[in-house]
Design a protein. Sequence first.
Length: 376
Amino acid sequence: MTQEREILVVGTDEAGYGPNLGPLLVGASCWRAPAETTRLDDAFSHKTSESRRDSLLAFAPPASDEIWSPRRLDDALGPVSGSRRSVFPLLDSKKLYGPSKSLAALERPFMLASALLGRKNESFATVLNDLRSDSEDQLPPWERDATLALPVDPKTLRSPLEPDLQLVRQTFGAANVSLLELAARRVQPLEFNRRLDGLGLKSDLIADVTTSLVVETLVAAYDRLARRNEPRPETALVLCDKLGGRDHYAPILKGRFCGADVEILSQGRELSLYRVVAQAGIDRDGVVRPFPEQTILEIRFSAKGESNAPVALASIAAKYVRELSMRLFNEFWRDAVSSSLRPTAGYPVDALRFRAEVEDARSRLGIPDDVFWRRK
């Protein structure tokens, strides 16, 4: 027996977890997709045990015998998103962009996603506002008076965006899927260090930022559907990477979703899977944000989750904002020190080199260490 319904699918990913310089970014995307659920016995009769562990999720209220796979959404998006050469490449940002590759590889899919949501990519400031990136009004010194017009890479708009955008819309319409929200939470060094002092462990910090962003993304998606006067699915699948290498998330989820019922379906090195029945969640500022109705969430923490389109788009958003943040950071310090100052990506070994080379300028400008340097 099969039945059809719609669910929300949220993907999250981070960029800049390891560096000492620049912000930590956590991205999130939320999609609405049709969910054709299939009986477990029928589905697994055609699957290997490896497939069962990797690509199928028990997804439904407790005691149900139905499944839903995130690959259903990937397959629906395949005609425009399946490879690096696709119109809308929804791949892990590390596969799209690197030191030898053009930023356009990230910038163009990011701009397509923003356009799908009706957003204008006029400047970095407007992007940060649209993504609800910053929790504090005070920007670091290297961004206070900076302006950065978009696109940054001239290759991004080498061909017009509109034809690709129309093709993506047609593909999404035919598959009955839609992008509802795109967010990227930015944690600058000062906030990073303060949160670390309060939470104690870096793994707790990334879990706190990611789970609060999940709440905010779901609320924003529900608000968009309400403005459209469209039905709001009562179930959501949340796909996250493993956060700081931890395997156990039940206490974190119970706190984030206001003491909700949290059922542990699986906990291990490769996959930790939970079902949460919640009526509200707590955002980054500690404010309780109610959901329109009781919501059933299935939350998956797994390695290599970027293979799924929602996580891939989150990865693109996080990496793109991180790259633009570091561009402003490096330009500021080149102006303060010398045009010959070699830029940094902020990772530990090179960060020490960069820190030593800008130390005199930092002292002269009166920029505190906590504003400049992430302690972990």
